[in-house]
Design a protein around this ligand. Structure first.
Ligand code: TA6
Length: 291
């Protein structure tokens, strides 16, 4: 922890011992507050002054070195989903990342850079910029001599007032793999409503997704670049009860809208090539007409 102190910036960036004794960084800006654990370079909090948090974080989350934190923005790399005998969703989210740079930008936003320690393989960096919005950039650079292939995803958990009342827009006409049906469908709804477990990987879409929340009176906007997959997930009741690090009723106040490159959109980099996945999250007043 002492070595990390060099990255503190009075009034802007402070280090603290988080839950489970895991080292974490608190960022304060003129517009917002954020917290990031070095474990997984995991953004666990983003909250604008005077507003409810934009990100959901489970009250039941475990804070163990070998488990992912439940909520916030888990970093999914180098694979998405299960792999026999390997950690689900890859190793990045259960690895302690190095904090390599912190600085205040001329416009007052705070930028932090993290590096994924790796003896071999691509160079992986993660840059988080905190201001009136939250911007996250996940980059992979192939510094080797052979092609590398990977999946990646910013598995963002958003805080909503009531899952049954939200509407999700931006996905109409997009084909998706429905994990519950194990079948491909096309989204026909202009506004996606959630009234049960949903686990869909929308493919070949670079679209901005908006989460309209009449209970909290806001629209969460998820803009992305370098991503062709968007996942929408809510565990609903039965799956929530099976998850030890997730409260039985927490499904009611969260929804995942995840941005990455999954399955047929896995990324292959030739030597010397770099890929950037970027997501920006902010919120707007709710448009009139949302019930
Ligand atoms: O969000 C998509 C998904 O793959 C779901 O199937 C569900 O498993 C979720 O990720 C959470 O996965 P985790 O390994 O974090 O419990």
């Amino acid at each position: 922890m002492q070595a990390l102190k060099q990255h503190e910036i009075p009034g802007r960036v402070s280090l603290f011992s988080g839950k489970g004794g895991l080292p974490a960084v608190r960022i304060e800006t003129a517009w917002s507050l954020a917290e990031i654990y070095l474990h997984g370079a995991h953004v666990t909090r983003f909250q604008k002054t005077g507003e409810p948090p934009l990100l959901f974080l489970s009250e039941a989350s475990q804070y163990d070195a070998d488990k992912p934190i439940r909520g916030g923005v888990p970093l999914i790399y180098p694979w998405f989903g299960g792999r026999d005998g390997l950690p689900a969703h890859g190793t990045a989210r259960i690895t302690s990342w190095d904090l390599t740079e912190t600085r205040v930008l001329p416009d007052g936003r705070v930028r932090l850079r993290f590096h994924l320690p790796s003896a071999d393989g691509p160079e992986v960096d993660y840059v988080v910029t905190v201001g009136s919005s939250l911007t996250m950039e996940f980059t992979v650079a192939n510094t080797g001599t052979a092609d590398v292939t990977f999946e990646n995803c910013l598995h963002s958990y958003f805080h909503v007032g009531d899952i049954r009342r939200i509407g999700i827009t931006g996905l109409r006409g997009v084909a998706y793999f429905d994990c519950l049906l194990a079948a491909t469908r096309t989204e026909t709804a202009e506004t996606l409503r959630i009234a049960g477990e949903v686990d869909r990987t929308y493919q070949n879409t670079a679209a901005t997704v908006e989460i309209h929340d009449p209970v909290l009176g806001r629209t969460l906007r998820v803009r992305k670049s370098g991503s062709l997959s968007t996942v929408v997930w809510n565990p609903w009741i039965a799956k929530s009860q099976r998850m030890p690090d997730f409260g039985d009723n927490e499904y009611q106040t969260m929804v995942c809208v995840e941005s990455g490159n999954i399955a047929e959109h896995a990324i292959t980099l030739q030597p010397g090539i770099r890929h950037s996945l970027q997501v920006e999250v902010d919120d707007l007043p709710l448009d009139r007409g949302w019930d």
